[in-house]
Design a protein around this ligand. Structure first.
Ligand code: TXA
Ligand code: MG
Length: 324
């Protein structure tokens, strides 16, 4: 069972867990978050594992200050203005990522944009002391509502995590508002703790709602990450010109001839595999192989999310041309 520690006494143990690649539930002003070091693939994989998320939805990276935010994302003037007006606070900005920002690709599900937020209170202190951003989705198991007290977190996730930091009931109680600058406009991706009207008043702009780029549902996000190469799942053989994405210690036939080779986890550890998935796919895609053959990956634990992500990458890319 997770230990519940008052925020005043929890900084050191929380830091120790994050540094060891583990997760910790923390209070923020919106809802409790399940935090992991955003630069540590194992820590990020553990977040998905503890939540039992069937998919790798992109997570919000939480920062301690503007300098940290600017090392991660590329701010346009409007996003900068919003950050200055509302941070720290319940506003999340989606920005293009800065190259080489150290964020593990599992945080963003392989997207080239990133959601950034500067929280108030314990979370911010924790991030400043860690010196790295933390990835933190709401601290609830997949499909349940967000937790706003340490007790609710412990009741839901207590047997899967080591520590819940108790900061009392979260003042906002609702997730952050997510916005994204699009050209000269501003789009609401998720309504939340800051009313759209407040943002409109601060910027003098009208917020765009809905539409094609509206809330980017996981299914839509998936299509953002399609490698150039075709993807062939459950491969037991490697064909001419294919790269191989392996798993475990039993190789597909003909693996010696693969155009390129990466193993998600030689020891068959699904947590390690999850943390390697996006980077390995990108590496294999970079060699320009015709297709990426993927060895069978079990469906238990994080395997479900890994298989979900891979099957999206393998799905047909284009609508078939209408029959003549
Ligand atoms: O208040 C909050 O935002 C809480 C606290 C813990 O900070 N966190 C939270 O995280 O609600 P989560 O993972 O439950 O929701 C994150 C949302 C998802 O809807 C996801 O699709 C969206 O952020 N998101 C993340 N990265 C994105 C991106 N690059 N583009 C568009 N949407 C993104
Ligand atoms: Mg959530």
């Amino acid at each position: 069972m997770a230990e519940i520690l008052a925020a005043g006494a929890a900084l050191k143990p929380a830091l120790a867990l994050l540094r060891a690649g583990d997760v910790v539930a923390i209070p923020t002003e919106t809802v409790y978050g399940l935090a992991g070091d955003a630069t540590n693939g194992i820590g990020v994989a553990r977040i998905f594992e503890a939540k039992g998320r069937p998919r790798f939805n992109p997570l919000i990276a939480h920062v301690a200050d503007m300098a940290m935010a600017e090392r991660i994302g590329l701010f346009d003037p409007l996003s900068e203005e919003l950050a200055l007006a509302f941070w720290p606070g319940p506003l999340t900005l989606v920005l293009p990522q800065r190259r080489g920002n150290g964020i593990h690709p599992l945080v963003t599900a392989g997207l080239d944009t990133i959601a950034l937020r500067m929280p108030r209170g314990f979370g911010r202190d924790l991030i400043a002391n860690l010196g790295h951003p933390i990835a933190a989705p709401s601290a609830n198991s997949s499909g349940r509502i967000s937790a706003t007290t340490a007790q609710a977190v412990a009741a839901d996730l207590g047997d899967r995590i080591r520590l819940v930091v108790d900061g009392g009931a979260t003042p906002v109680g609702l997730e952050s508002t997510i916005v994204k600058v699009e050209g000269t406009g501003l789009r609401l991706l998720r309504p939340g703790g800051i009313a759209a009207e407040e943002i409109e008043a601060a910027t003098g702009m009208q917020i765009l709602r809905g539409g094609v780029a509206g809330i980017e549902a996981p299914g839509m996000l998936a299509s953002h990450y399609a490698p150039d190469a075709a993807v062939r799942l459950n491969a037991r053989t490697v064909a001419e010109g294919e790269a191989l994405l392996a798993f475990g210690d039993r190789r597909a036939e003909g693996w010696q001839h693969a155009a390129a080779f990466r193993n998600l986890s030689a020891s068959g550890d699904l947590r390690e595999a999850a943390s390697n998935l996006f980077a390995h796919m990108q590496d294999l895609d970079r060699v320009g192989a015709r297709a990426i053959a993927v060895e069978p990956i079990p469906f238990d634990g994080l395997g479900e999310a890994i298989n979900d992500r891979l099957s999206r990458a393998a799905a047909p890319r284009d609508n078939p041309a209408p029959a003549a």
